[in-house]
Design a protein around this ligand. Structure first.
Ligand SMILES: [Zn+2]
Length: 441
């Protein structure tokens, strides 16, 4: 208001003075129309100084000065006007949730997450860091909750435990109910292998363990799940998306990360120590499959490809499939670089739901303008946490599996080193868990 009044006064004054100085100039030219010689120095200053009247043209700077002062006094700097959180960008990525899985009430990837995006369209305060307007303590609470779930009792939520001496085998209740099916997820205790003074059930050949120990452990494991006479069919795992279909047991393990069969007496096996083991059974066609999915296999959609192979070879319908996602490293502990997040984001429209924070490392550093660090000297972006189980479950749902037909173990290999093997937590020197499935003759 004050500025408006002042400006009004000044414009009026300026106009008046300009008119008056124009009159002076006219007068000047009229009185002295012809000068043979150039005016003396004192005469050139004549209108400004000798008549003691300021020229109108100088006053134009006054409102400009006021405008500059007003700019400095503004309460809100202009850059606060257009914050846009990265996980709510209105791109095709987030509209991908709209049509997905209308019956999936439990899924984190279903309509519930769409509702979340729809109800909170634009947070009023955010920045470009990718922490997407969520306070740090909320992220910490979420991680703590995930960790609590990861240490729950092994037999909770659709899972049960079979004990045989010191051995503890995990089973998905839905699969254990099928009379013609054999399956099981091994755990750490109860073997003959010696790992730093501890007797463990290592089921993979390793440099630190003797071959006969591993063979004895495998014998005990098969005995515990009542599969003594079945032929164990392992793979030479290479973190790929290669799927094999077995008619008979191959002479040497095939290179690949998934296998399927409809033959009885073949016990399909995958080995893990953090990666995700997934077992499938088609209850209509009596077909089984076992999958090993690390981040590379998950990125390569190995579960989707396995289901595709079962459809082609055995006429499996995804709606008839039961799946069990076994113990693996959880979203509480599995840190990956932001370049992995970027790869997932480029491949999957709902990838942001599998990470604790959506950051790909490409976001501009908001502190750059405050600390004035030169380009290339910005702080390195932090790692992000990836939930591989969630990612694989989402792929299963997308392939057409029913949510009630998917059992997911909450156990985290890194949180439960008393019960499981974790390659990361044990710094590489650790045993291997084995997940097996087969048809009883
Ligand atoms: Zn964990």
């Amino acid at each position: 208001m004050l500025y408006a009044e002042l400006l009004g006064d000044f414009f009026r004054l300026t106009g008046e003075l300009q008119r008056r100085s124009a009159a002076f100039l006219a007068h000047h030219f009229q009185i002295h129309p012809t000068h043979a010689a150039p005016p003396a120095r004192s005469e050139r200053f004549h209108p400004c100084f000798f008549r003691r009247e300021p020229p109108g043209i100088a006053l134009i700077f006054v409102p400009e000065l006021l405008a500059v002062i007003a700019l400095f006094l503004r309460v809100q700097p202009p850059q606060k006007r257009f914050p846009m959180p990265l996980d709510s960008l209105p791109d095709a990525v987030h509209f991908g949730n709209v049509h997905a899985h209308p019956n999936d009430q439990e899924a984190s990837t279903g309509p519930r997450s769409f509702r979340f995006h729809a109800m909170q369209p634009w947070p009023t305060c955010s920045d470009y860091t990718g922490s997407v307007g969520m306070p740090t303590n909320r992220i910490k609470t979420r991680r703590r909750a995930a960790r609590n779930a990861a240490t729950r009792a092994p037999a909770a939520g659709g899972w049960r435990e079979r004990k045989d001496g010191a051995l503890r085998i995990l089973e998905a209740s839905a699969l254990a109910r099928i009379p013609w099916l054999i399956h099981g997820f091994s755990t750490r205790p109860g073997g003959v292998s010696d790992l730093a003074g501890e007797k463990v059930l290592n089921l993979g050949f390793a440099r630190w363990d003797r071959k006969e120990n591993v063979l004895e452990n495998r014998r005990r494991f098969q005995s515990a799940i009542d599969a003594r006479d079945m032929m164990l069919c392992g793979l030479s795992q290479i973190h790929s998306d290669v799927v094999h279909v077995f008619e008979a047991r191959p002479a040497v393990p095939c290179r690949g990360d998934a296998s399927a069969t409809n033959r009885a007496d073949l016990l399909l096996a995958v080995q893990t120590a953090d990666c995700v083991p997934i077992l499938f059974v088609d209850s209509k066609n009596r077909t089984v499959a076992a999958v090993h999915a690390g981040w590379r296999g998950t990125l390569g959609r190995i579960v989707t490809k396995t289901i595709g192979k079962m459809q082609m070879q055995f006429g499996t319908k995804p709606a008839d499939l039961l799946a069990a996602i076994g113990p693996s490293i959880g979203g509480c502990c599995y840190e990956v670089g932001t370049e992995v997040a970027a790869e997932f984001r480029s491949q999957f429209p709902n990838a942001s739901e599998w990470f604790d924070e959506l950051r790909t490392g490409d976001e501009p550093n908001p502190l750059q303008w405050l600390n004035m660090s030169p380009p290339g000297h910005q702080p390195a972006p932090k790692n992000v946490l990836l939930d591989l189980r969630k990612a694989n479950r989402a792929q299963l749902l997308e392939a057409g599996l029913l949510p009630q037909n998917i059992s997911v173990s909450d156990l985290c290999t890194a949180c439960r080193r008393d019960l499981l093997f974790s390659y990361r937590k044990d710094a590489g020197t650790t045993g291997r868990l084995m997940s097996v499935i087969g048809l009883r003759a």
